[in-house]
Write a protein that binds this ligand. Structure first.
Ligand SMILES: [Zn+2]
Length: 670
């Protein structure tokens, strides 16, 4: 999800901000970030020389003794004035731009180095804009308003109207502790008591409106959004208030369930009800159970099954699954057996397969530990609840029944197979054909050939047909009809011829970072492809520019935490001066869908190209060092030879990987 408004507002502020260049260039240079401007104004060789390193010209580059490891014989430290970067080809094998140099030399963090160099370059750093600060504070205030509303609705349970709700809840076997723990409440019909309570807590009607507590009629009259309803506060994974779910208490009231309106705090696609309480348990039990309703979640938690969450009546979304996948790879969907439930399941499955099996193949657990290949596949199972019973009815009747039901959960394909077959005349040839047509594409989509064969056998047995005739009908994996039906194509711009000038490293790096910040999970896919080609994983040293190094570092870090969406985590933790650079990169790669395979292939290819470039640079330098050493009769000459041999081997692997990767089909936006 892109917080568009956030980006746009910053963008506007920046465009209107400090711009020291002539107006005629404004269109081209208004996007130059602080970081780039500092780089453009400072010569890396000056900064390095001033820090006490003696540099000698070697061709178009300069070299000297590395200030970061002790040596007096090997000038393995090279400065590249053209790209504004440096690298130690000796013991450190590290490099970067002017920021990285100062960070390392002076032991500063990025922001401190930026401040120091901005001073030196005479660049005025953009402070956090009042708009940014205001937006942050406003969100905090809206959450507080929602918290005040939670307390108000809770207190209403003690009013005459509310006691009816309380007895309803007790009638559903909820204990008072559970009712308090889930902060259940009652929203009365009238606006006045709510307005009075919230205003007393220090919030205005406008803020209540903004927080989604009020609605407005066409004539401008405001009224309470939730009237005569049972209130379920919805908190995000951190326990911060996001909004409400509200159940109608009158049968004729529609809709039966009403949520907070989609807004800055409430994003249904990102939230799972009960996640704040379930998170810990999902992780320790290494299993998440998805149920349909609020009451299901609450009843299960009370019965001692606290790993249950609910997507709140929507089809399970990709974002929700990604959130879960950071905690566990085992997900059980426990859904009503009735037709609607099955339909919802089938819809959920589409998303499940797409977002887990496919686009994020290399799965890792919540703590960011890369698991062994065999465990990488997320295991999604489905269990159908008996006789149209809800989970809360099941655990109320017999708590032992619940774990048994979960154990009986079937893999997705099997569940679909048996659900579709239920109640059908399987002797009918036409029906057999129809079933096969529906199930075979799903089977074709299963990544593991062993699993595929096993499902095909099961389907053959179910339909009582020869397995070979099913195999004949089985669509090829890459052209599974279900995939073709996915409407992902329009977001990809037409491929167009690229300018013939060589892409600069900055362009290539920022192209990659634009995709990675938006979807850090892709890093695992890139790493896996690299490892498969016998190449090391991506690391900070794949980037030469500190801004990209910093964004890369944060994207990795974002994957190692499970508190926030990685995307928001990375953006929120970026040092303020890097935000406009990140925005620029994100805006320019906005049209590229990170879930598109073409975009991924291009990303991988670009990383390979960057790495090749770096290795060639290294070889150049080694050759120079070797020659110098030979002339001076230095024994080190053979060491350089060794490094070159290593480099050459890696280069061969890179070339091989590049040869098998498809040619660029995605235009680089930068
Ligand atoms: Zn060094």
């Amino acid at each position: 999800m892109l917080p568009c408004s956030f980006l746009q507002s910053n963008w506007a502020v920046y465009l209107g901000g400090y711009n020291p260049l002539p107006a005629v260039f404004a269109g081209m240079t208004a996007t130059m970030s602080n970081v780039e401007e500092i780089k453009a104004r400072l010569a890396i060789e000056d900064i390095v020389s001033e820090s006490g390193v003696q540099l000698r010209r070697a061709g178009k580059n300069l070299s000297g003794f590395c200030p970061f490891h002790s040596n007096t014989r090997t000038p393995s430290f090279v400065v590249f004035p053209e790209s504004g970067t440096w690298r130690c080809f000796g013991q450190c094998n590290e490099g970067g731009d002017v920021f990285k140099y100062v960070m390392k030399k002076e032991g500063l963090d990025f922001t401190e180095a930026l401040r120091r160099l901005a001073d030196r370059a005479g660049v005025q750093l953009r402070p956090q804009s009042p708009m940014e600060q205001a937006a942050k504070e406003q969100h905090g205030r809206l959450r507080e308003a929602l918290d005040a509303a939670v307390r108000f609705y809770q207190a209403q349970l003690q009013t005459p109207a509310g006691t009816q709700v309380l007895s309803y809840l007790r009638g559903r076997n909820l204990t008072d502790e559970t009712i308090a723990a889930f902060e259940l409440g009652y929203a009365p019909e009238a606006l006045e008591p709510l307005a009075a309570a919230i205003q007393q807590a220090g919030f205005t009607l406008d803020e209540m409106m903004e927080a989604g507590l009020l609605s407005q009629s066409d004539d401008g009259r405001r009224f309470a959004r939730f009237r005569h309803r049972l209130m379920f506060p919805i908190r995000d994974a951190n326990g911060k208030m996001a909004g409400f779910g509200a159940r109608a208490l009158r049968d004729e009231a529609t809709p039966k369930y009403l949520n907070s309106a989609q807004g800055p705090l409430f994003d249904k696609g990102n939230l799972l009800y009960g996640m704040d309480k379930a998170r810990k348990h999902i992780r320790t039990q290494d299993e998440a159970v998805l149920v349909e309703g609020y009451m299901d979640v609450i009843a299960l938690h009370q019965a001692g099954f606290p790993n249950a969450v609910s997507p709140m009546g929507t089809a399970l979304g990709g974002q929700q699954l990604r959130t879960l996948k950071r905690l566990t790879t085992r997900i059980v969907l426990a859904l009503d057996a009735d037709a609607a439930g099955d339909k919802a399941t089938l819809r959920g499955l589409e998303v499940a397969r797409k977002s887990l099996d496919r686009e994020a193949d290399p799965v890792f657990d919540a703590r960011g530990l890369l698991r062994h290949e065999g465990r990488l596949q997320a295991d999604i199972r489905v269990t159908a609840l008996p006789d149209g019973k809800d989970p809360d009815e099941i655990v109320a009747a017999d708590p032992e029944a619940w774990p048994k039901l979960l154990l009986a959960a079937r893999p997705i394909v099997e569940h679909v197979m048996y659900s579709l077959a239920a109640g059908k005349d399987l002797q009918d040839a036409k029906i057999k054909r129809e079933l096969a047509t529906q199930v075979l594409p799903l089977i074709a989509d299963v990544p593991s050939p062993v699993e595929r064969d096993s499902y095909t056998q099961k389907l053959a047995r179910l339909l009582q047909v020869d397995e070979r005739s099913l195999m004949a009908e089985r669509p090829a994996r890459a052209t599974a009809p279900r995939r073709r039906a996915q409407p992902t194509a329009p977001s990809l711009p037409e491929a167009r011829p690229m300018p013939s000038i060589e892409d600069s490293t900055v362009r290539l790096e920022s192209h990659c970072m634009g995709i990675i910040i938006r979807q850090p999970e892709l890093l695992y896919r890139v790493d896996r492809s690299l490892l498969e080609s016998g190449l090391p994983r991506l690391s900070i040293s794949d980037f030469e520019h500190s801004d990209h190094q910093e964004m890369f570092r944060l994207s990795r870090e974002a994957l190692d935490q499970d508190v926030q969406e990685p995307y928001s985590y990375a953006l929120q933790n970026l040092p303020m001066p890097l935000l406009d650079r990140a925005e620029e990169i994100l805006l320019r790669t906005e049209k590229l869908d990170p879930e598109d395979d073409k975009v991924f292939e291009d990303l991988l290819r670009t990383f390979l190209l960057l790495r090749r470039r770096l290795l060639r640079k290294s070889n150049e330098q080694m050759r120079y060092l070797q020659q110098t050493a030979q002339q001076e009769g230095d024994l080190k000459a053979s060491e350089y030879q060794q490094v070159m041999i290593q480099n050459t081997l890696t280069l061969q692997r890179l070339d091989k990987a590049l040869a098998t990767s498809p040619k660029r089909s995605v235009p680089r936006a930068l």
